[in-house]
Design a protein around this ligand. Sequence first.
Ligand code: DC
Length: 194
Amino acid sequence: MGSMLVAIDGPAGAGKSTVARAVAEALGFTYLDTGAMYRAAALARAGRAEVDLAQVEIAFAGDRVLLDGEDVSVAIRTPEASQAASRLATDPAVREALVAKQRALIAGGDWVAEGRDIGTVVAPDAEVKVWLTAAAEERARRREIPVAEIVERDERDAGRAAAPMVAAADAVEVDTTGLPVTAVVLRIVGLVPR
Ligand code: DC
């Protein structure tokens, strides 16, 4: 069998991480959190704008995220890190460096990759593409942040010139508003040919 990729894209708080993790577990695929890579890159660049991201190692060890070997799993999840990642992700050179790392990772084996541009830029030939959404109010509640903050990130992620957050034309839209995770996972697993 060749390798298989399930691409899950969508806005912050749609449930991508929880759902993608569970889909990967159900299928026996490896999970890739590309948002964690933008977050780690933002940490690497904090106060050091000259850092060449191609030279920085971003690795995953189970649930841990390692930046040049240092465990940054907690540091990348602060509200400040979220906003810094969203800002850094507007930089085309940053995206180019991280997309190269992502393509190298998913080149072998079966993956569930989640982000904003997996089905459009990182892997336009993904076997399965999902656009995961939910109402802004529900996404803000899930993230325990004000609706205005979610809307601000949506606008920046969707409005940037470089690889704006957008559903691939051939993505299946799954609205998770009011749906239990198990239902969403079953729906997506059902899309995977096997
Ligand atoms: O999914 P997340 O919230 O961890 O992502 C953090 C930021 O990184 C988000 O605001 C947009 C950016 N991002 C991106 O531009 N492309 C991706 N594939 C993943 C994340």
